[in-house]
Design a protein around this ligand. Sequence first.
Ligand SMILES: Cc1cc2nc3c(=O)[nH]c(=O)nc-3n(C[C@H](O)[C@H](O)[C@H](O)COP(=O)(O)O)c2cc1C
Ligand code: SF4
Length: 1299
Amino acid sequence: MSKSIAAVSRIAFLASDVLVDSQPAYPATSQFSRHFRSLAETAGRRPLTFEVPVSGDPASTILRNGSTTSLVSFTASATSHTAVRLVLQATDLSSLPLVLHIAVTDDLSDVILLRSAVPFFLVSYTAQQAHDNALLAFRLARVEKKAVVHVFYEHNDDVSDVTTEGDIWRLLHSEKLAPGASFSPENGTNGHVEQAGVTNGNVHLTNGINGSHSPGSTESPTDAGIPNGVANGFGDIANAPPPVAASLYELYDAALLSTVSCTRRTCRPLSFRGADDPHTVAFVLGSLPHGLELDGVAFVSISLLTPLQPSKVLHVIPPSTSRVILLEQLRRSNTKWTSLFLDIVNILQERQTSQRILVQNIWFTDTEQINATSLFKLLNATSNLRSTSPLQLGSDAPSGPLVTVPHVPKHEVSYTKILSYIFGDHLEVSNSPSFVPTQGPIATSPEFALGRSENTPALDVLKETKLAVDSGYWPLYRWDPVKEARGQEPFTLDSDSVKNDLQQFLDRQNHLSQLVRSKPQLATELVSSLGESVKEARRKKAAEAYGDLLVALDAPPLVILYASDGGTAEKYAKKLMNRAKARGLSASIGTMDSMSVETLANEEYVAFVTSTAGQGEPPQNGRTLFKAFNAAAGRGDRPFSKLRYAVFGLGDSHYWPRPEDAHFYNRPGKDLDSRLEQLGGERFAPLGLGDDQDADGPETGYKVWEPLIWKALGVDSIQVLEAEPDPITNEHIKVASGYLRGTIAEGLQDTSTGALAPSDTQLTKFHGIYQQDDRDIRDERQAQGAEPAYSFMIRVRMPGGVCTPKQWLQMDRISDEHGNGTFKITTRSTFQFHGVIKRHLKPTIQGINKVLLDTLAACGDVNRNVICSAIPSKSKLHTRVYEFSKLVSNHLLPRTTAYHEIWLDNKLVAGEAVKDFEPLYGEFYLPRKFKVAVAVPPTNDVDIFANDLGFIAIVDKNGELAGFNVAVGGGMGVTHGNKKTYPRLADVIGFCTVEQGPLVAEKVMLTQRDFGNRVDRKNARLKYTIDRMGLDVFKAEVESRLGYKLSPARPFTFDRNVDDFGWTTGEDGKHHVTLFIENGRVQDEPGQDFKKGLCEIAKIHKGNFRLTANQHLVISDIETGDVPQIKRLLAEYKLDNLNFTGLRLSSSACVAFPTCGLAMAESERYLPLLIDKVEKICEEYGLRNDSIVMRMTGCPNGCARPYLAEVAFVGKAPGSYLMLLGGGYYGQRLNKIYRESVSEPEILAILRPMIKRYALERLEGEHFGDFVIRAGYIAPTMEGKNWYDRMGGEGKFREVAAQ
Ligand SMILES: Cc1cc2nc3c(=O)[nH]c(=O)nc-3n(C[C@H](O)[C@H](O)[C@H](O)COP(=O)(O)O)c2cc1C
Ligand code: SF4
């Protein structure tokens, strides 16, 4: 394995935030990735790593995962195919902080194509040089935010001096050294430049670095008596470099200076060796045999190919030179003369000297064939030859193993002939047999055409496929013969992009036919929407004109642009706008991406408000403009000569707590501020920064920044008398909605968008409907200018999680006809459909209604689906508890008729004569969601303490239900970085009878309605109300509303919160079987047709289905006689498989990507893969059957109740999670944050020794969550309010960042 690849891989791994590695043809694996894997086990950092299969598109992977703020490495061995794919996207790539490391063996023809595509191109010939140039490339890319190509030869010479991880970090983050800066080498001889006689002491770097050779070095012409000044004689730098190249060269120079200060080794753009006063100077781009010498010939090895500085080139051509040759290691080129040769000719032509020099281009391939004799012979034979094409040195026959092109069947040949006849030059067969010689036998497989190898992770294949379909690259048509039989259209087209193209085509055709008609005939839909938009435009115009009239005439107009993912930056931008208007300014607002560089260039005063997403990245709705700024800066443009700007950034200085991640803090704001200046803008107020960690969060920084804006605009003395208009909040939306109507009905009619109005999307939640979009393809759609792929999630209200087989079958049908063909059993024991598009909403709700279910109040600020324990073995008790759940659910149900009116087409009674009335909720409904659960000890499968209100069933001595202990104030949701938010366990406050239960529920809910925080939704759940009021005061309030005191709580015991899988028989003799449905996803997969199997069961089952709060399924109430038939079906569809580890059976994950709009990381799609790895560790240590409760969510909202798990992962950014430890096994204790950001290798590295110790040292019956506390890993959480205390691990397990 080559040492240069090892050296480059190491630096790439330690320096980059994102690694994209190009794989060779399957089954080979890339040499880089082998290094990356072993580094992942030892290095202290973990870049995000992507493997792009042969024929995949590396450029789009880089663009998708790179950003202006993360340093990206691309690693590959040279192939023409890779280079072409990179070149195609070169414009976008060149303004990213990106290093493309490409390994070559004996030919540069594949990579030379990239020369014109990127600002910097470095070449290394030895392993040590590859190491040093890799550092230099990263420094350049990081500081200048530009792409650098680093091509290096695979060499096995030793790397004598390896830069440490710390030094690499320092090099990347050190301040830019001014050219001319000096440093004191620790060891004088290591200074990269050795002036004659100076081996110690300070060395002035600029000369040496800039110069192509070092005065005084043994290899330099100085030794040969060429004085320093001679350069001026023949260099005559009248031909100053073009400004762009010059400025790029300065950037290179500055980076070189920093790199040399770090490595203390020479690093030259051009290295000179050979004859002292040569007649021939040979520039070499390629690997010549070591020690090749020829009388009168000097060799100049090129390691900075772009930018090529004319003065440096001329500097190495002494006056004795009559001939310049360019030796290039090329097998082929798609131009007659290479760009480098033309550049050199150009440089020489512009010299101001009469001396004529013969310039020749020589290509060579195999280094082995080159020696002094062959070179001498060629030079001799061509000493006067002015050739019309490049000369060849050595054999130019292609080398490499012979690969047979596979036999192409006749029908395929005919088919491709037809295609080439139709498409001509446009035809590209992605898996053509002609690729076999270069790409291997896999080249003809379909995976190859889609850019995949067989071992590509399924999640990647899925995402790539979706992208391909959505973008139209793969115009997937679905053919469903069943539909044809029903008289419906059997073909459907999946790609929106193709649909849009077709639409545009039809529109154009339509338009043309309109033009030739005497009277226009427009579709009514079109006419009415046209009318609306004209009216809307007029209304807007009038409002604007009126606004213009009112504002102070001399106040400058202010444009406010924001970028925000979660709404905070948007809130501040709107606040700024309201306050600007209150001061008489004419202010307008928009997202950053709604503005182009060109439009911005005409604005005068612009305030930017941007938050920080991902790892120091701009939020979604600002990314395009950020990219455009970078591209403009990359081109050296300065478009903002008129623009005055101010930036306010929002971030969280603790979001990535490790010291090495400190640069992620508020990075977009900081970058934007300096970038605008670079683009010619003038700052009218200093950069303001808001930090979530400040006492008042971002407000602290904002309060300081805002007055500076007023001062700069000259309106600081204006007294603002009128109260600012309140920002529109959920409370406003609710009260103005006419009991949850809003304009939902109108929005459903609007066919111009797949979305509903933003305020309506808040209201549909109360109807059980969430607007979402496919996040896998969000960026691509934005890039295409298409709206996001909107669809809706629909959640059913089904108290107690019980449904009949008929209802099950209907749910199954709905998921096929209206959803994405699957459905989810949720942690609130109900059905959830995803992917329902707007025009399918009504039929879906109607379909649900048809089987007497509904979706009302399944989401929103109301009481949600009431859940209850699914323990059918205690049949009698369970039946009573289930009836109780239904009772509570019905008692707390909203009474609005809007639901029936909008979805079921029931008209308002007597033309609105009877108004809606919400006896419990009122017009404002609740401040936040409210969750009720009923548990039957000893099983806590509903996680009773995670609910706002819990009823714990208490039985009397006869086993009859006596009543319930009442628990209040549980809740999971948290906001990362906001310590005012925390999870909390419910407190037991007393006991009530079954009859009292519904009223107790009502009074608890109403107390929350009246005392809950309606100003801050992040602080609005009952858990905060109770902590604010005090538990006693809250309880007294509930009791005063009830008119009696609750009885004292009665004893109870829980022993688990996981489900009991397999068969049980109830007291009534009926049988029940609990099935394991991983993360509740009901779908058909190859070899596991679970969805179909459950349908078959539903067709014959006479009992019920019970959905558990752990997302599994009980087929309940099976008569003894029916057991064999059910067992047969379970076996046929492999639904009876319970042969899983205890870990997997106890795991659960929320939905997260691709549908949940709040997801920050994968969850449902990823947890099973993580468990594959963790369960191997468990099995290794004999814990296969031990239940360890492991949960994962894609964001801190906590839908899968992660804060109660023994070990949990909560998404922070793609691939990065909070890790929590120490939850109680039966949901009785919260866990605590152990690490603030972990990726998979870290998770495995942490868990392995922990699981091993647990296996060896646990006490009898001790659960993992208790063990990690006893073993000193983490402190126990005694109360939600103290959740953050002692986070980060205990003693020697404490994370440094948490100290
Ligand atoms: C997924 C995610 C990633 C974040 N990454 C960073 C970060 O790298 N640096 C930082 O300073 N703040 C980071 N933050 C903090 C946010 O920038 C901060 O909370 C901001 O107020 C959110 O504003 P928004 O609601 O407008 O998106 C991150 C927040 C989230 C949710
Ligand atoms: S926990 Fe977050 S990511 Fe997961 S489903 Fe809930 S809101 Fe979405």
